[in-house]
Design a protein around this ligand. Structure first.
Ligand code: AMP
Ligand code: MG
Length: 379
């Protein structure tokens, strides 16, 4: 591991939730667009999965020609046209489907919501869809490899903290949970109470699942498959899709340039510390204490919990970025490595063939050896 001595600035910006994501999108847009020649990329910014989704998509000439015309769009004739639906729309609906049908514990009708209600009723064997059992299998693997630092059974704990409500601008009146409630919730949490037999989930406690740590990365895997199909049809050149803190790069830019993914400075989220210089397909996920937090009486509580205590993790890390070919892995590992801290986190990332870049609490950078090939410091 190499330690960079360049110090990040330590000025903290308070209202960073949405600003952070916007600045990430902006930096992506600037990087992805600066050297583009014909055909121009299709660009869009939307919301989904409780975050901002930014897309830059380079179609081939053939792909552009196959798109529905703007006149057809304007006339609302989508049901009669033979033209392709714009890819950004299809990707948004793939993300929406995942959230609503599979992963959100808040949306009744999602599979996770169903599993949680069955678990609360005391069911100890629940049959899962193939899609969910595949995701759970990876999550349980990372739970075991991280000694429980990564834990998708923290649903009762994260609900007590009410993390989802923190994204609003008005956080006045917020009170952290009281310790007894947390201890009770913790006694019902833990991956050791959960196992998979094929696609049957076996529970020995009434745990509640929270897959918030992997939802965006799981979405990247579905988007990757979609982009691969478009490329196989000769319609796609390349794309950068950002779903909150998880980003997928795919294919090529028509001008042959590389994908440049900015790494936010946790001490000043309006700036990048540097960027990853990438070619082809990669998944990049960042977990940071600046992404979602609330402050009460001068104490800052962020959204990544230490499963051993039920409180926000206090490692030596302010942010960690994982680079992997697999989005589920990059997202799960970024959360796990944040909790584990630099030394253990680096080992965990390497165990799964991923690269890691940490910004520690002093603003210093630490990275796996393989990451040095891709990381460039900002001037
Ligand atoms: P991320 O931003 O990808 O690191 O994911 C953070 C989200 O995952 C939180 O908002 C919680 O929903 C959930 N979470 C918090 N702590 C953990 C943890 N230690 N292991 C797994 N999921 C967690
Ligand atoms: Mg994550």
């Amino acid at each position: 591991m190499k330690q960079f001595l360049k110090k990040a600035e330590t000025v903290y910006i308070r209202h960073v939730g949405i600003l952070t994501v916007l600045s990430l999108c902006l930096s992506l847009a600037v990087f992805a667009g600066c050297a583009a020649r014909q055909p121009e990329p299709l660009k869009s910014v939307d919301t989904g999965m409780g975050t901002i989704i930014s897309q830059t998509i380079y179609m081939t000439r053939q792909g552009e020609k196959a798109l529905r015309t703007q006149e057809e769009e304007d006339a609302g004739k989508s049901y009669v046209t033979e033209g392709d639906v714009p890819p950004a729309e299809e990707i948004l609906s793939l993300i929406g489907d995942m959230e609503q049908n599979l992963l959100s514990w808040r949306i009744s009708g999602s599979e996770i919501c169903y599993v949680n209600s069955q678990a609360a009723d005391g069911q100890d064997r629940i049959t899962l869809s193939r899609e969910l059992s595949d995701i759970m299998e990876t999550c349980l693997l990372i739970s075991a490899a991280s000694d429980g630092a990564f834990d998708i059974t923290l649903g009762q704990v994260t609900r007590l903290w009410n993390i989802d409500e923190w994204s609003g601008s008005d956080k006045t009146g917020y009170e952290p949970p009281i310790e007894e409630e947390l201890l009770t919730a913790l006694s019902q949490s833990g991956s050791r109470f959960v196992s998979l037999q094929g696609n049957t989930l076996c529970l020995s406690k009434r745990v509640q699942l929270d897959l918030g740590a992997v939802g965006k990365g799981a979405a990247l895997q579905v988007i990757l498959k979609y982009l691969q199909e478009k490329e196989a049809q000769g319609k796609l050149e390349g794309a950068v899709i950002s779903v909150g803190g998880s980003i997928l790069t795919y294919g090529r830019k028509p001008d042959g340039g590389s994908w440049k993914v900015g790494i936010i400075n946790p001490g000043d989220t309006s700036r990048n510390l540097g960027y990853l210089d990438l070619s082809g397909q990669w998944c990049i996920s960042t977990s940071g204490d600046y992404e979602r937090f609330v402050e009460v009486d001068g104490v800052r509580y962020h959204h990544i919990m230490n499963p051993a205590t039920g409180y926000p993790a206090c490692s030596d890390v302010s942010s960690v970025t994982i680079l992997s070919k697999d989005g589920l892995l990059s997202d799960a590992l970024s959360t796990a490595c944040f909790v584990l801290g630099v030394d253990k986190g680096e080992k965990l990332a390497e165990e799964f063939g991923a690269e890691a870049l940490f910004v520690d609490k002093n603003g210093q950078l630490h990275m796996t050896e393989g990451m040095e090939e891709y990381f460039r410091l900002s001037n």
